[in-house]
Design a protein around this ligand. Structure first.
Ligand code: PRX
Length: 704
């Protein structure tokens, strides 16, 4: 029977595809002969091997980097689009691939080097052997003390310490699905995710260092468990790792029978070996919650075999990781970058992966470069926000330290060409290649990137599709926007790939609606060609085929490379009883790229003397329901919101006001007068010089 799919955006206010983009074409930069000579990928045949005529079998090449318990029968099963199945019939264990299989050759090599934030605490190395022992012991605890088995879900709310990958790998060893929630998210945000995934066990920590302070993290666990309970899920056990032996960083009391110190239970499992469970290639490995265009974060469900194969391929060929390398990704493991490119990809390749606990500029702007020098890091991976921050706080700092990167990655946001050049010349000392990798939580690994020894770099451009990824830009009608046309559109991926998520946890329909409904013309089709993946990013393709990513075309704000849904923040605001309406828009920020700005309309009976208190309340709910990361630049109380005649709230117009951009035609609004009164509130009485603004803000909110 034909499946009918709701179209996502029947009415489009501003089409991203209509934006003409006038980029200056940047010059190419080329990798050094030294880099090319040692690269994992210097054979240009890769383009042919991964061309469409070899799809999907080309992906065997990534899967063959792994050790399989049972080789698969079918590389790609397309019988139930768009729920693609990869390496069907194969059996594999991710923990075995990241730990056990390296023991013969690398047992004494550092798998993880942990750098605590306080410089008085020396870095700690964990060899592959030590990692093996710790993963096994913790897996025994999860199995025997918590009663966990394959298919169960566990929520992990931990900071950047080595016990986090130990916990993830122990789960993977048993086939337990881990759901790591970013440590900086509030207890409430953690609790809602725990409830959605049905986690009966929460694994967390007493405290951690951030900006010189030892934070109490246990308090968040208490809130998380209470929130999960209210949402219908009882967390039966909470396990607490301890930041300092024999100390308690938290003042929150332990709940008898529910809360347990890991270091008090773990000795029972000393020396235990837990056989890795051979998992179906299609068994879920983890959930990673991310923001979308509705208020509820969605649990991206990633499969074991395809995901691990894909990230291992990305780490080997694009990040150029060799076992001899010391690799440092500064992301947080609580985001997809950390899962794929601190834990699974590098460890599958027997690399040494550095984990830094704290703030990059703590205690000063030289900290990152001191760590790089001390550990002799040669591959460095970070985001444009961190690069902008390091550039601003210590422009010449990198030149004072004796480290040498061969390779650097930027990810998470568009990078301005001048920031790229600083990264290249000052951080990379003109020696390191840069890959600008464009991808998303949903994708597992890179979608667009240059191949570092084969493709020249171009500042601000992500590059062509990753080997095996066929991107295209479509306009609102589904027509292709051609390379070199100077027009932007919606970047889509024409084909399935092994790293794509399986589904949204517990919500198959939303998976289809969110990513495929927009461009699938025939929902009965079994041909993958009929199911382009809609990424919700605007992009433009230059004549050389390189893609430049402009940013989100839906109601997602990318704050410092982290995704926040405007609807999530708006829902939080609406929990304050005095708030009648809320709208959240992105504002350009010199360091973080974008930050949220909040507009609220109050209930009619509220008087001005109450305003201050309400503003404080709104700020507070945003921090407690989501986290400090969502803290708005300003909260503005306005008399009314600009709306279309059909009642649609025009966030795009508010975004234009917040960013001193032209609002475009407002005469068709139901209440055009309100725009001028809001403008005066936002910009003051003086008329400010208006600009066209960044491309993503022109398209902001165009897809609901
Ligand atoms: O808008 C794109 C932006 O980050 C979004 C995905 O965010 P998230 O799922 O949190 O994953 C971030 C890390 C993979 C995308 O929709 N984005 C990601 N990488 C880039 C980027 N924008 C421009 N250039 C990039 N390299």
């Amino acid at each position: 029977m034909a499946r009918t799919l709701p179209k996502q955006n029947a009415v489009v206010e501003t089409s991203a595809a209509q934006i003409a983009v006038h980029w200056r074409e940047e010059e190419y930069y080329y990798p050094s002969a030294k880099f090319v000579g040692q690269s994992n990928l210097s054979d240009p045949d890769i383009n042919e091997r991964f061309s469409e005529k070899n799809f999907p079998e080309c992906f065997r090449e990534y899967a063959d980097l792994l050790s399989w318990d049972k080789y698969w029968d079918t590389t790609l099963d397309t019988s139930d689009p768009p729920f693609w199945k990869w390496f069907v019939g194969g059996k594999i264990n991710a923990s075995y691939n990241c730990v056990d299989r390296h023991l013969d050759k690398y047992k004494n090599k550092a798998a993880i080097i942990f750098v605590p934030e306080p410089e008085s605490e020396a870095p700690v190395s964990l060899t592959y052997r030590e990692l093996y022992v710790r993963v096994n012991e913790f897996a025994a605890l999860l199995r025997d003390f918590c009663g966990l088995k394959s298919g169960d879900r566990v929520t992990i709310h931990m900071p950047m310490i080595p016990e986090l990958p130990v916990t993830m790998l122990a789960c993977a060893r048993l086939g337990v699905i881990h759901s790591v929630v970013f440590g900086g998210f509030s207890g409430e945000a953690c609790g809602l995710r725990a409830a959605d995934s049905g986690s009966k066990v929460l694994i967390t920590m007493d405290g951690y260092y951030r900006n010189g302070k030892l934070l109490d993290h246990k308090a968040a666990a208490d809130i998380a468990i209470e929130t999960a309970k209210q949402a219908g899920t009882v967390v039966e056990k909470a396990l607490f790792w301890r930041r300092h032996a024999d100390q308690n960083a938290s003042t929150s009391p332990f709940v008898e029978g529910r809360d347990f110190w890991v270091d008090e239970i773990l000795p029972r499992y000393s020396g235990e070996i837990v056989p890795p469970v051979p998992m179906d290639a299609e068994a879920p490995l983890f959930l990673m919650y991310t923001s979308g265009s509705t208020g509820k974060p969605k649990g991206c469900q990633h499969r074991t075999g395809g995901y691990l194969a894909y990230v291992t391929g990305c780490s080997k060929y694009i990040q150029d990781i060799h076992p001899e390398d010391v690799y440092w990704c500064m992301a947080d493991i609580g985001w997809i970058t950390g899962h794929s490119f601190i834990v699974y990809g590098p460890l599958a390749l027997a690399a040494t992966s550095v984990i830094y606990e704290g703030v990059p500029t703590y205690p000063d702007a030289g900290r990152v470069w001191r760590i790089a020098e001390r550990l002799d890091v040669n591959i460095f991976h970070t985001s444009p926000t961190a690069i902008r921050m390091l550039r601003k706080s210590g422009h010449d700092e990198p030149t004072k330290y004796n480290y040498h990167f061969k390779h650097m990655t930027t990810v998470g946001e568009p990078i301005e060409p001048e920031v790229w050049r600083w990264y290249y010349e000052t951080v990379g000392k003109g020696e390191a290649v840069i890959v600008d990798t464009w991808w998303q939580t949903e994708n597992g690994g890179f979608l667009c990137t240059t191949k570092p020894a084969l493709d020249p770099m171009k500042p601000g451009s992500a590059g062509p599709g990753m080997p095996g990824i066929y991107p295209t830009i479509l306009d609102e009608m589904g027509e292709e926007v051609h390379a070199g046309s100077g027009k932007a559109g919606n970047i889509c991926i024409r084909n399935p790939w092994p790293g794509i998520m399986q589904t949204i946890w517990g919500d198959r329909d939303r998976f289809v609606t969110q990513y495929y409904a927009k461009y699938c013309k025939d929902t009965n089709s079994k041909n993958w060609q009929d199911w382009p993946y809609f990424a919700a990013d605007g992009a433009v393709q230059a004549v050389d085929g390189y893609f430049r990513i402009l940013g989100r075309v839906d109601d997602v704000i990318n704050v410092a490379g982290h995704r926040l849904g405007t609807k999530e923040i708006e829902s939080a605001c609406l929990t304050v009883p005095e708030v009648a309406e809320a709208a959240v828009v992105p504002v350009v920020d010199e360091i973080k790229g974008r930050v949220p700005e909040v507009y609220i309309v109050l209930q009619p009976d509220i008087l001005p003397p109450q305003h201050q208190e309400i503003l404080a309340k709104v700020n507070h709910v945003i921090e407690t329901m989501i986290g400090k990361i969502a803290r708005p630049r300003r909260i503005l109380i306005v008399p009314d919101m600009p709306k279309t005649r059909s009642g649609k709230l025009m966030r795009r117009i508010l975004a234009a006001l917040s960013n001193n951009m032209n609002t475009g035609d407002i005469t068709t609004l139901a209440n055009p007068d309100v725009v001028e009164s809001v403008r005066v509130m936002v910009q003051g009485k003086e008329v400010v010089a208006l600009t066209d603004g960044p491309e993503d803000l022109k398209a902001f909110g165009s897809v609901d």
